[in-house]
Every structure is written in C-alpha cells, then in structure tokens.
Design a protein around this ligand. Sequence first.
Ligand code: SAM
Length: 258
Amino acid sequence: MQNPSETPSGGPRPRAHRVHRDVVSFVRRSARMNPSQEKAWQTWNESRVVRVAQGETETSVAPQPPVDWTAVFGRSAPLLVEIGSGTGESLVAMAQQHPDANVVAFEVFQPAVASTLGRMAREDVDNVRIVMANGQQGLEHLFEPESVEELWLFFSDPWHKARHHKRRLVSTDFAQLVRSRLVTGGRWRLATDWEDYAQWMREVLDDAPGLVNEHLDPTDPEHTGWAPRLEMRPVTKYERKGLAAGRNIRDLTYRKTS
Ligand SMILES: C[S@@+](CC[C@H](N)C(=O)[O-])C[C@H]1O[C@@H](n2cnc3c(N)ncnc32)[C@H](O)[C@@H]1O
C-alpha cells in the first residue's frame, strides 16, 4: 500500500500550505449586498476605500510601511480612527462634526462598508476613508507611532463566553498598541451596552501603563471612572437595542500620558 506522505513515484508529498488564522474579534458573514449597497459600492469604493497589502487571509493586514495618510486624504490633518465602524452610523455623524480631521475607519463586512459609502454620499461627508480589514492589525501596520489623535471603539462585539474572551478587542496587548499609536494627550473613546464587557474594559485599561482614565478620581465620588455619554456620538442601532433590552450604556475615555 502507498504511504500517504509519499507521491505515487515514491517521492515525498509536498506539504499543503496551511493558512495561518489569527484569533479575531469578528465573524465573516455572507457578503451579499442589496441593490443600494451594490450601487454605493460601485460608485464610491475606488475613491473612498483604501487598498492595503493583505496577509494570509482576506481580512488580515500584512506588515508593510505605514500609509501616507496625508497623500491619501490630499491634506495634512489630525487623524481620527474608528475600529468596527459597522454601517457608519456614528462614523459619518462624528466625521461631520470634525471637518478638519482625517478619519480612517476599519470594517471587515463589505455590505456594511457599502452602506457607509452611501451614507457618506447622502450626508456629503468626504473626510472619511475606509480600510476593509482587521483594524487591530491595521492600527499596527498602517500608522506611524504617535500619529493618531483619537481612537474610537463603539459597541465592539462583547464575546460573552469565557472561552471567547480571547476574541475581545480590548486586551492588555491591544492597549499597549493603542498607546503606541496615539499622540501624547490623544484619547481612546469606548462605549458598550454590555456591563460585563464594560467591567472588563475597566479592569484591563484602568491599570494600563501610559493610559489614564479621564473620569476616575479616587478623591472625588463624582468621578467613578465612567465617562458622561459622549455628546458627539449619535444613538445608533446598537445603543437603541441595548437600551430597549434594559441595558446600561457605558462610555469610557482614556488619555495617553506617556
Ligand atoms: C456591533 S457592530 C458596531 C458597529 C458600530 N461601531 C456602531 O456602533 O454602530 C461591530 C462591528 O465591528 C466590526 N469588527 C469587529 N472587529 C473588527 C476588527 N478587528 N476590525 C474591523 N472591524 C471589526 C464587525 O464587523 C461589526 O460590523
């Protein structure tokens, strides 16, 4: 009988290349777009979606020199970044409130990116560019250290089961990556409607070196560490869903100190 590790002629069978899959914070769903998403994608993707070198999977970002964002936007301006922008409900409204900033969003789900492109066109917002890839890797490979003014992470997937906690975007390592990319004095703003994830964020980030919780002051009972609701953040589908289910919305703000 033939040895399965050999070819019929007896030579060693070449090993199948195994694709390396990282633990990621998202699941890929069907990427089918409806007609209006299809139209928005066709009209806007070339000018608004930034192509980057991909790693082994479709959503990964390969190590590469940082993107020249000034060239991409055609102007030099403070960089604001959102990871997991979904259909762009908060992204587009917040970009509109920061006309003097260059806003970069990461979203892996193509129909959501297409909806964002449509929303940008309707709202006449053109200071946003989207990278359709894993924002964790994108932040690492596409930005210079000390180059981002703000990072936004709103209603990031909570991954409730203990065995899935490793998929949560907020982690000790990610906190240090965020710290390295933020300018000194730059802010990381987060919001979630899941209390266990909110507490997790506090546990991980309150003690993160180089980051300080802007609303925590042990000498002041008014400053318990939870930020007031971020006014510029519109109420999105996820916030409405959380509120309708009786959940509390938690906002957090960390500032890079060193
Ligand atoms: C629950 S939705 C929230 C969307 C939006 N932030 C909002 O508040 O309306 C989370 C989104 O993050 C995206 N996502 C999760 N992890 C991501 C990652 N590492 N990089 C890019 N997108 C990610 C998912 O595809 C999903 O669309």
